[in-house]
Design a protein around this ligand. Structure first.
Ligand code: FMN
Length: 246
């Protein structure tokens, strides 16, 4: 794993010209909250009934977002509907495993979603870890405060920082996958992230929420924002907001 981490660092240095924190994003991160702080329950909001063909035909990448904050119920419906637990299965050893709405290789919990929210509103400004596997899906605060200055420096398209109400970050987990699979699974993690991203696009479309996948970002800055340990890394972002006014 140390070698994999080194390779990951090498690959991503190409995005920043080899310069560490080139735009000073890490200097403007909101402060960390103390550990053990309780989270906010994600309301049990479902996706609206929608015809798959209609959703597939309507899906777009959207860069225009409404001025009103993204409601927590919409975010909950998106996260639970696209990335939540779909069912629990029995394992041969007598244990059980929760399987997601979005499939992952081996059914392993290979991704951890986070939300970077700009507020105001019932979705508090800051960075939240999304725990979808708990009995009650929850947003657990990691940092509280306005992340807009950070986003403006860490995204290659700084205009998204002022426009998007929230950014869903899909974090890839080496800790849950490399004990079972060889280093080649580093690639499979990106496929898992792509599958989850597709689900986010379709669920957002069904909910009428504008959103766009974003790969143009400073990897090490986002890993620092999310306070990730060495065995996890930011795989892809999905910027979204409330519907744009006509
Ligand atoms: C993996 C992935 C990464 C993307 N990264 C970016 C990005 O960094 N910035 C951006 O503006 N659009 C990004 N996009 C959006 C694509 O440019 C967009 O999907 C494409 O132009 C097709 O448009 P459509 O999604 O409206 O069909 C990304 C899309 C995917 C699937």
């Amino acid at each position: 794993m140390p070698r994999l981490r080194e390779l990951h660092g090498e690959l991503n240095r190409t995005a920043t010209g080899g310069v560490d924190d080139p735009r000073g994003a890490r200097e403007v991160m909101p402060p960390l909250v103390e550990l053990g702080r309780s989270g906010v329950a994600l309301p049990d909001a479902g996706l609206p009934p929608a015809d798959l063909g209609t959703v597939l035909a309507a899906r777009r990448s959207s860069y225009r977002y409404g001025a009103s904050p993204l409601p927590l119920t919409d975010l909950a419906a998106l996260l639970r509907g696209a990335l939540g637990v779909q069912r629990t299965v029995r394992l041969p050893d007598g244990g059980s495993r929760a399987l997601g709405v979005a499939p992952s290789a081996g059914g392993l919990p290979s991704l951890a979603p986070y939300v970077v929210a700009r507020g105001p509103g019932d979705l508090r400004a800051g960075v939240h870890r999304v725990d979808l596997r708990a009995g009650e899906p929850t947003l657990v605060p990691v940092r509280l405060g306005d992340p807009t200055p950070f986003l403006a420096r860490a995204l290659d398209q700084p205009e998204l920082a002022e426009r998007a109400g929230a950014v869903v970050v899909l974090v890839a987990r080496l800790d849950t996958t490399l004990p079972r699979y060889p280093a080649r699974h580093y690639r499979t993690l990106h496929v898992d992230a792509g599958v989850a991203l597709g689900h986010l696009y379709l669920a957002a479309t069904a909910l009428g929420l504008p959103g766009v996948a974003v790969m143009g970002y400073d990897d090490t800055a986002f890993d620092a924002l999310l306070d990730l340990p060495e065995d996890r890394f930011t795989a892809v972002l999905f910027a979204l907001g409330s519907p744009a006014e006509a």
